[in-house]
Write a protein that binds this ligand. Structure first.
Ligand code: SF4
Length: 199
């Protein structure tokens, strides 16, 4: 079966460019052994290069948003991500990046200036109001990930106009009100997500 690189939900086109993660979230279907989102199987057999992703998108103007999402952290393929995002902007599309907010931690520099101009919106998984709840649910590979994610959120509005932090309602110990407050203190929007809903 051909690997799903791009898939459509409503009028949004989603891009799955990696299967690697910096987290191993216990609520993630991937962690639980399934690679399905809606009717799409996101199982990987290779990591697609820029041209293959661009071809898979199709006509940018057919979609309200092109969203980097999937069962992997798109910023782990930063160069490819930025090349594809730049192409989408050149075609007049709008780009959203769904991310764990750990790109600066992973790449050991502030990558937000590289995102400015080719990413219109960031959706950052805040996920928990403190480090211990975050570590319990998200199982980060890198130390200080929760604080790094918050630092990223703090910096992001200077580079990307539309920044939203998210947390999942119903996860044990997660205080949605406190998560919202952390987001608002950093000048970003907050969105409460529900379990098992992607997008
Ligand atoms: S970061 Fe996303 S894809 Fe990766 S384990 Fe967590 S929920 Fe799953």
């Amino acid at each position: 079966m051909k690997q799903t690189i791009a898939y459509t939900i409503d009028d949004r086109r989603y891009l799955s460019i990696t299967d690697r993660c910096t987290l191993a979230c216990e609520f993630c279907p991937k962690t639980q052994g399934t690679m399905n989102v809606h009717e799409y199987d996101l199982t990987f057999d290779h990591r697609p290069e820029t041209e293959e992703i661009i071809t898979a998108i199709g006509n940018v103007s057919d979609f309200s948003w092109i969203v980097f999402c999937g069962f992997g952290e798109p910023t782990l393929r930063l160069k490819t991500l930025l090349e594809v995002a730049t192409h989408i902007k050149q075609q007049g599309g709008r780009v959203r990046l769904n991310t764990d907010g750990l790109a600066n931690r992973v790449h050991k520099r502030n990558v937000l200036p590289e995102m400015a101009g080719c990413i219109d919106a960031l959706s950052v998984s805040l996920n928990a109001q403190n480090e211990s709840i975050y570590n319990r649910h998200c199982v980060p590979a890198l130390k200080n990930s929760w604080q790094s994610m918050l630092d990223f959120l703090q910096l992001a509005p200077a580079y990307v106009a539309d920044v939203t932090a998210t947390a999942i309602n119903g996860l044990e110990g997660v205080d949605i009100t406190a998560c919202r407050q952390l987001a608002e203190e950093r000048g970003v929007k907050f969105r409460q997500r529900e379990m098992d809903l992607v997008g």
